[in-house]
Design a binder for this molecule. Structure first.
Ligand SMILES: Cc1ncc(COP(=O)(O)O)c(C=O)c1O
Length: 385
């Protein structure tokens, strides 16, 4: 069976390594040193964080304290994104401005906004001082064009590596080595996955971590702050097994009720908590082994309900795709007041996208993934849209 969520990116070895990982202070500082080297930032100017949204919040606060942004300024973000990004921006007292997804020549909608759309937006919006690039699913933007717009309008850039750590831009530069700040998420299913966690990396040497953030006094629980973070991959493997009996939902429901697991979108924004030593150890290993390959592949299908139904009939569980609404998850969508009329491409994309996992390695699994693609392609949208 092929899955998208439920920690299906973990092999049996990963599950054991994760569940029984032990780490020490050295693992934590080694991870910070590796990030400092990889993204060319001073050690004092970076920190591990409780989540990706905490990292984005801290980067924005440091822009505010340095005077590069002021309260109420606007931050351009992908029109197709995660609620976590909005939470970070709004908590910092700034306003998210959604930029619609690019439509390539030939009519294909791409999962990121273009530099041309950013320029059109910034020309009309004098409060827009910062933009976030998330390189959705690991598909990189054409960074050279963004360089030009950035310089011309004096914008701050945050590279959000949740989907794209280890990937390269078309001009050969590694993602995360271009902007003033680089933010990472180590949440479930991300390029580096330790269930929760992240890192804020201020690359611009004249920036400083915000005053409210006391790196020396961060809280850390030995078991991880997300309930049973260490057992999540094991719980998910049991869920995958139970799915054959259609019992995975009651199992996950029970774990949620017991507060032994947490929904990814509900991970906290915290400035006084960090990851555990064992999580740092796992993150360092993954950081050193990052591959320049997409996190997920995507297709746009005509009738997604019918497509997923057919996939399920053939044993494919691809329902946990990114994202089902332009700002996911759906349960928070209403609350963000998303301007659908200004973002028709993102709305369309969110209605038609399906994802394919890229982490299956065995010959049998690869054959199964190829069969899933065949089914998806029979539903694929064709032509101009
Ligand atoms: C593009 C993007 N950036 C940042 C995040 C933040 O992740 P976290 O849950 O670690 O706060 C997410 C989470 O899904 C995401 O999809």
């Amino acid at each position: 069976m092929i899955f998208l969520g439920l920690a299906s990116n973990y092999t049996a070895r990963d599950i054991l390594r994760h569940s029984f990982a032990l780490g020490g202070k050295k693992d934590y500082t080694d991870l910070e040193k590796e990030l400092s080297k990889k993204y060319s930032a001073d050690l004092d100017n970076l920190s591990l964080t409780f989540s990706g949204r905490s990292a984005i919040y801290l980067a924005l606060k440091s822009f505010l304290e340095s005077g590069r942004l002021k309260k109420g300024d606007h931050v351009a973000i992908n029109g197709f994104t995660c609620h976590a990004v909005i939470e970070a921006i709004e908590t910092a007292g700034l306003e998210p401005i959604y930029v619609d997804l690019e439509k390539a020549i030939g009519g294909q909608i791409l999962p990121n906004y273009s530099a041309e759309s950013l320029e059109r937006t910034v020309k009309k919006d004098r409060k827009l001082k910062c933009f976030i690039l998330q390189n959705t699913f690991g598909f990189p933007v054409d960074i050279r064009r963004f360089d030009t717009v950035k310089k011309q309008y004096n914008l701050q850039l945050i590279e959000d590596l949740a989907h794209c750590a280890g990937r390269k831009y078309p001009d050969g530069r590694e993602i995360g080595t271009v902007g003033e700040a680089t933010c990472m998420s180590f949440g479930k299913g991300k390029s580096i996955d330790t269930i929760n966690g992240g890192a804020v990396i201020l690359r611009d040497k004249s920036l400083m971590l915000p005053k409210e953030f006391n790196k020396a006094a961060l809280r850390r629980r030995s078991g991880g702050d997300v309930p049973r973070a260490s057992w999540y991959p094991l719980f998910a493997a049991i869920a995958r097994g139970l799915s054959h009996l259609r019992l995975e939902r009651p199992w996950l429901g029970l774990l949620l009720k017991l507060r032994w697991i947490e929904r990814s979108a509900d991970i906290k924004l915290s400035t006084d908590t960090t990851i555990s030593y064992w999580q740092a150890k796992l993150a360092l290993k993954q950081l050193k082994n990052l591959k320049n390959s997409a996190l997920r592949e995507f297709y746009l299908v005509d009738n997604r309900g019918a497509c997923l139904k057919e996939l399920k009939k053939h044993g494919y569980r691809l329902e946990e795709f990114w994202y089902e609404v332009p700002v996911a998850p759906e349960r928070y969508y209403e609350s963000v007041g998303y301007p659908e009329r200004n973002n028709p491409n993102a709305v369309f994309f969110a209605q038609h996208v399906v994802n394919i996992p890229t982490w299956y390695r065995t010959k049998r699994h690869k054959k199964e993934v190829a069969e899933a693609k065949r089914i998806i392609k029979s539903h694929e949208l064709k032509g101009e849209r």
